[in-house]
Design a protein around this ligand. Structure first.
Ligand SMILES: C[S@@+](CC[C@H](N)C(=O)[O-])C[C@H]1O[C@@H](n2cnc3c(N)ncnc32)[C@H](O)[C@@H]1O
Length: 249
């Protein structure tokens, strides 16, 4: 696992700690106002925190002990988190909804995604949905230099974050992404954390095939990258911030 999720999880937590309130309102609505939500790969718990503050029982799992330590500090028992691999876990209970934001599932190979979805279906109540944010790209419309820059701060610490596609290989189904977090101010000022992440590249076709082979079906797709709401789009749409609403078959 990369340093961004382990030794430098604190920098991740600062860089990705933007306001998620409106997004969690939307997720909660799409999930049918659930009483309980599971987030696999919950990281430092920013989404769980927001669900918990709405009175929703929020439970997360993550493979990084450092992320979970940050989640414990943030949540202070408002939500439950534990160490587990999202491709092989059994919490012995079910939930009324589940979420996976910001392309977390791209960390899984197609085989791992299949195992993950098999685990997830056992953790959902009948009719409950799993909303996953997974970007889809196609060779014809692919911008090989797609990237984003933003700044974030907490206390004295200020960081500049940069994330970009370094290499997109449609044949191997892999997208190599570069992340760079530079600490601009605070006790770690001057430090730079730069890493490569090999992520699975999904096209609308390969994604549809993976869902077809899983115990889920996709009942709706929304574009989280569009301004002014998350309009419903066709399942063949491409984009970096698509939300897929999955329901057990
Ligand atoms: C992009 S971060 C997202 C964190 C959180 N969902 C959020 O929105 O802030 C991806 C998270 O997935 C976790 N992760 C990656 N592979 C995992 C696996 N196989 N099982 C559980 N967690 C995993 C990482 O440790 C990391 O915390």
């Amino acid at each position: 696992m990369t340093k961004l999720y382990t030794d430098d999880a604190e920098l991740y937590d600062i860089a990705f700690d933007w306001d998620v309130e409106e997004e969690v309102d939307w997720l909660s609505e799409q999930l049918g106002r659930p009483k309980s939500v599971l987030e696999p790969g919950c990281g430092s718990g920013r989404m769980l925190d927001s669900f918990a503050r709405r009175g929703i029982e929020a439970v997360g799992i993550d493979l990084s002990a450092q992320m979970l330590a940050l989640a414990h500090a943030r949540l202070r028992n408002r939500a439950e988190v534990s160490l587990a691999d999202m491709t092989d876990f059994d919490l012995g209970r079910t939930f009324e909804g589940a979420i996976s934001p910001i392309n977390t599932l791209l960390h899984l190979s197609p085989e791992q995604l299949a195992r993950h979805l098999d685990c997830m279906v056992r953790h959902l109540e009948p009719g409950a949905c799993y909303l996953v944010q997974v970007g889809l790209i196609e060779a014809a419309s692919c911008d090989p230099y797609a990237g984003s820059d933003w700044e974030a701060s907490r206390g004295d610490t200020k960081v500049h974050a940069h994330w970009e596609d370094e290499e997109v290989d449609f044949e191997r189904g892999v997208s190599r992404q570069r992340s760079r977090i530079e600490v601009l101010a605070g006790p770690r000022a001057g430090e730079v954390l730069e890493e490569m992440h090999d992520m699975t590249l999904w096209t609308p076709q390969t994604w549809a095939g993976a869902i077809e082979a899983s115990p889920f079906r996709e009942i709706a797709t929304y574009d989280g990258g569009k301004k002014g709401g998350r309009p419903r789009v066709d399942a063949t749409a491409t984009g970096g911030l698509l939300w897929h609403q999955l329901q057990p078959v």
